[in-house]
Design a protein around this ligand. Structure first.
Ligand SMILES: [Ca+2]
Length: 276
């Protein structure tokens, strides 16, 4: 007993000495967001390869260019660091939210082809997706954040590289005839370790759709247009073809849409290091 007291006393003195001499105390910070991966700050090239100089000025005024996208011009974007969900939000996770919030279940909640616990939730409107993220103390990604997380560190066409997709890489082209459990297709992972960024479900992002946003969007942390009619959805889904699951492909739909091909994932901002 006496020995123990002495040991504790010595440890106390050492601790006191550490503080007194200003020795750095290493803080171990557990990941504040389980199930999320860190995307470091920095620049990346957003959009397809065509640069502003290569664009045909006449084509910018052609109506068909404005239907969706367009993906050009490619442009540099600089983002702050953020965390993103490794997986699309699942029915299991969304069910926790329904239980706590007493909100109405989404469309397709009883569809046995789509409602298994590990399948991504579908049939949620943009607002419902946003509200879910807020409930988790997260938010929907901006379009730029989504693309950076999908693109990783290389100028690639798909999260895994430039090889065309097959059913081991992505759930697309109705090859599975339904959504797959999130994270099933490990070969299709992005450089940052994010799953199903191509296919499975298209994903709501924060941004309104404005066709020529890439021409004038701010370089740093582009927040998306202030208003619009359509919200952007990204990544393509289990029914889309190979072209439409490319990571630069832009699609959009009305925010009230509740589709069996659209789900979402959330992002979060790093905790402020100074909060002590
Ligand atoms: Ca997806």
């Amino acid at each position: 007993m006496r020995l123990r007291i002495i040991v504790l006393a010595v440890m106390g003195l050492l601790g006191w000495a550490g503080v007194a001499t200003g020795a750095p105390v290493k803080k171990v910070t557990p990941s504040p967001f389980p199930g999320m991966v860190f995307i470091p700050e920095g620049a990346f090239e957003m959009g397809s390869r065509k640069s502003l100089r290569e664009l045909d000025p006449v084509s910018i005024f052609q109506a068909d260019r404005h239907m969706l996208g367009p993906e050009d011009p490619a442009h540099e974007v600089i983002l702050d660091a953020f965390y993103i969900d490794v997986y699309e939000v699942t029915n299991r996770e969304y069910g926790e939210y329904l239980e706590a919030s007493k909100k109405k279940p989404p469309r397709y909640w009883d569809d046995t082809r789509l409602n298994q616990p590990d399948q991504p939730v579908v049939g949620v409107s943009w607002k419902e997706a946003r509200n879910y993220c807020q409930w988790r103390k997260k938010r929907l990604p901006t379009e730029a954040e989504w693309e950076k997380a999908a693109r990783g560190k290389r100028p690639v066409k798909y999260p895994w590289g430039d090889n065309p997709p097959d059913k081991s890489l992505a759930n697309f082209d109705n090859q599975y005839g339904q959504t797959t459990p999130v994270g099933s297709l490990k070969k299709g992972i992005s450089d940052y370790g994010v799953y199903d960024m191509s296919g499975n479900v298209s994903e709501w992002v924060k941004d309104w759709h404005y066709p020529e946003y890439y021409l004038f969007s701010p370089k740093e942390n582009p927040p998306g247009p202030e208003k619009g009619v359509y919200k952007i959805i990204r990544g393509g889904n289990w029914r889309n073809n190979a072209e439409d699951i490319r990571l630069t492909y832009r699609n959009a739909t009305v925010p009230k849409a509740r589709s069996n091909t659209v789900g979402f994932r959330c992002v979060a901002d790093p905790l402020k290091a100074s909060s002590q």
